[in-house]
Design a protein around this ligand. Sequence first.
Ligand SMILES: *Cc1c(COP(=O)(O)O)cnc(C)c1O
Length: 231
Amino acid sequence: MTIADNISAIRGHIQEAVSRRSVLGAPGPVTLVAVTKNQGIAEMQEALSAGIGAVGENRIQEAVGKYAELGDLPEWHLIGHLQTNKVHLAVPIFHLIHSVDSERLASEINRVAGKIGKRQNILLQVNVADEETKFGIDSDQAIDLAWKISGLEHLCLRGLMTIAPFYDDKEKTRPIFRKLYEIFSALRKAAPPNTFIDSLSMGMTNDYVVAVEEGANIVRVGTGIFGARKY
Ligand SMILES: *Cc1c(COP(=O)(O)O)cnc(C)c1O
């Protein structure tokens, strides 16, 4: 299977998952973000030729180097943890930052975005499964934080993101995705001023089908497209 074959198979599975959705009012077309961490420029170009419009990176240094070669197309998504001292490097590159998990980080992104005249799209990362090892805010703090940061004028809050624990039995991820969809729906209904809540980022290679069934409209797939990462 080539990278292009994998992408087209995944697109097929996404469409099937959309048609099986039971959730009401799930957000529109599903964006397949190709997670290109540890992949070279050649692999990235192969994915882009196969129609991938968005790439996900989790380390700033790596993204900076690749961005210098590839430029503004594709759409760059930051999916990894962001430290405040790296915000000035991230904001010029990324269309969407998936991993905002504190008011302090949001304020710093707002400050840097204001300086370069950008309105930065962000998601709040929620640690739904409450894992010690994962970044993200607690489920019961998501709406609160959304209200708190909604006044920051150089940010545009677009929705929520989560990383589910890895389970061999993918069905075990379903309650986690269902819970984030509930919080997402509540946030969409609350609609704090200056936000545009239309994006729900959940699902990776192992569990993206379940995530889409439960309402995800952004999935982040790495190994499913490129094969096992060579570290
Ligand atoms: C690496 C990574 C992915 C992709 O994982 P795969 O299992 O290779 O699909 C998705 N999201 C985040 C946040 C990641 O760090």
